[in-house]
Ligand binder design. Structure first.
Ligand SMILES: NC(=O)C1=CN([C@@H]2O[C@H](COP(=O)(O)OP(=O)(O)OC[C@H]3O[C@@H](n4cnc5c(N)ncnc54)[C@H](O)[C@@H]3O)[C@@H](O)[C@H]2O)C=CC1
Ligand SMILES: O=C(O)CCC(=O)C(=O)O
Length: 423
């Protein structure tokens, strides 16, 4: 078997959780921890599976499966989003929870990682059905979540309205108003200024720092963005506003390409609430083609496993910044690194979302609200520091940015577990 065929075979047999565990093990090894620490951190401490009966609008009952994973709470309560997607699996939610731990470690937030998901397709559900499934999920997990236990937030196909229903349901169960139970809420319910755009703002800061390192001028740089929802939509806008040429964007149904730059404001205006816009156009290209466009900066901002050994050799970008969680496989990470492409990994690149969620929780706890300028200033401070900590670790240790990010991200949690006497 050739090297390339071997890598492809390995990749096809590893799921996101196994791949995460492999990097985690290497990071812990490099930090000098033994097998016992890996044994503790390789899986979440707690995973709850729930079945949520929901009366649909036609009178029938459908039972949805949901998960909430809590990776580790040695540092503080767990934190992380909830996704509604037909392909949610338990292993995916577990990996996402571990990534949240790493993200919070890199950004130095007083949290461990958590993540939730419901197997459903909100694109095929009515507004009221979505409300019922959201409330049912909170009732089912209410015992293990809370403002000082585990604090959810939005993720793929969930939004501030869903956070509002969930906060309301939790407050009813507890019989007191609990804005600090969940973040990503609407402003009038205790949301934070700047949270909605925070993930993309953080990605933008990571891109700016990566571009400096690579000597790329953002003005006129050609950018392709996969995904046009919360993360991808705002990111395309920020890149456009920074003078870059956004030559490609995509959604679940296809991609749009214009070598002279797309009209991002127009596309944002036409997009639906699920980040879909390409259905309105005839001359589309595929998501696969978008990833291989001739560009300077590529931002996967949709779902997992998009850059694999199938296309990693054809990626033309000089910088890849992961706004999505897990868009690049482990084998593809190696290929990009060997090809000299700077890959800013998810646990660093998209940390802006949880950073501003932390600000929202702090504001809820203190009952004092900050200006958007204050939120953005604090976000920038944390992101720039996090970028350079990870970049310097990679440079000094001669390792790729993903492994460096795992080392930086897990260090504090491992120390906390040791100090608590768990290992
Ligand atoms: N919303 C947040 O605060 C954060 C989101 N992320 C990550 O960013 C990524 C995107 O999340 P959001 O923008 O919040 O979700 P969203 O639901 O707002 O948008 C998702 C976008 O991805 C597209 N998409 C879905 N399936 C696809 C497929 N198979 N191929 C191509 N495109 C597809 C959708 O059409 C939509 O444009 C996810 O990986 C999420 O975990 C990471 C950190 C925070
Ligand atoms: O805002 C948060 O707490 C978590 C966001 C999230 O789910 C993520 O960073 O993947």
């Amino acid at each position: 078997m050739s090297n390339q065929a071997g890598a492809k075979h390995r990749e096809e047999t590893l799921n996101v959780l196994t791949q995460t565990q492999m990097v985690l093990k290497e990071a812990l090894n490099k930090l000098g921890y033994g097998e016992d620490m890996f044994e503790l951190l390789k899986e979440p401490l707690r995973v709850m599976t729930v079945r949520i009966p929901v009366r649909m609008d036609d009178g029938s009952i459908r039972v949805f499966t949901g998960y909430r994973a809590q990776h580790n709470d040695a540092v503080g309560p767990t934190k992380g989003g909830i996704r509604f997607h037909p392909e949610v699996t338990e292993d995916e939610v577990k990996a996402l929870a571990i990534w949240m731990s790493l993200k919070c470690g890199i950004a130095q937030l007083p949290y461990g990682g958590g993540k939730g998901g419901i197997v459903c397709d909100p694109r095929e559900m009515s507004f009221r059905e979505l409300e019922r499934v959201s409330r049912g999920y909170v009732r089912a997990i209410s015992q293990i979540v809370g403002p000082s236990k585990d604090i959810p937030a939005p993720d793929v196909f969930t939004n501030s309205q869903i956070m509002a229903w969930m906060m309301d349901e939790y407050s009813r169960i507890r019989e007191f108003d609990s804005p600090g139970f969940i973040t990503g809420k609407p402003l009038v319910l205790g949301g934070s200024l700047g949270r909605e755009a925070a993930t993309a703002r953080g990605v933008t800061i990571a891109i700016q720092e990566a571009a400096k390192v690579k000597g790329i001028d953002l003005k006129g740089a050609r950018v392709a963005v996969q995904g046009f929802g919360n993360a991808g939509g705002y990111l395309a806008k920020f890149m456009h506003d920074a003078g870059a040429l956004v030559i490609g964007i995509s959604d679940a149904y296809g991609a749009l390409y214009d070598p002279n730059g797309l009209d991002i404001d127009y596309l944002l205006d036409r997009r639906d609430s699920f980040g879909t816009v390409t259905k309105l156009f005839k001359n589309t290209i595929s998501n696969e083609e978008l990833l291989e466009l001739d560009c300077d900066i590529l931002v996967p901002a949709a779902i997992e496993n998009q850059i694999t050994t199938r296309n990693a050799y054809n990626i033309k970008a000089k910088i890849v910044v992961e706004a999505a969680n897990g868009p690049t496989t482990l084998e593809a990470t190696k290929v990009l690194s060997e090809r000299g492409i700077l890959l800013v990994p998810d646990v660093l690149g998209n940390a802006g979302g949880v950073i501003v969620s932390y600000f929202e929780w702090v504001q809820n706890n203190q009952g004092l609200y900050w200006s958007e300028e204050e939120v953005d200033r604090r976000l920038k401070e944390i992101m720039v520091k996090a970028f350079h900590t990870v970049y310097d670790t990679a440079r000094i240790r001669k390792i790729d940015m993903r492994l460096a990010a795992y080392m930086v991200g897990v260090r504090r949690m491992a120390e906390a577990c040791q100090l608590r006497g768990w290992v």
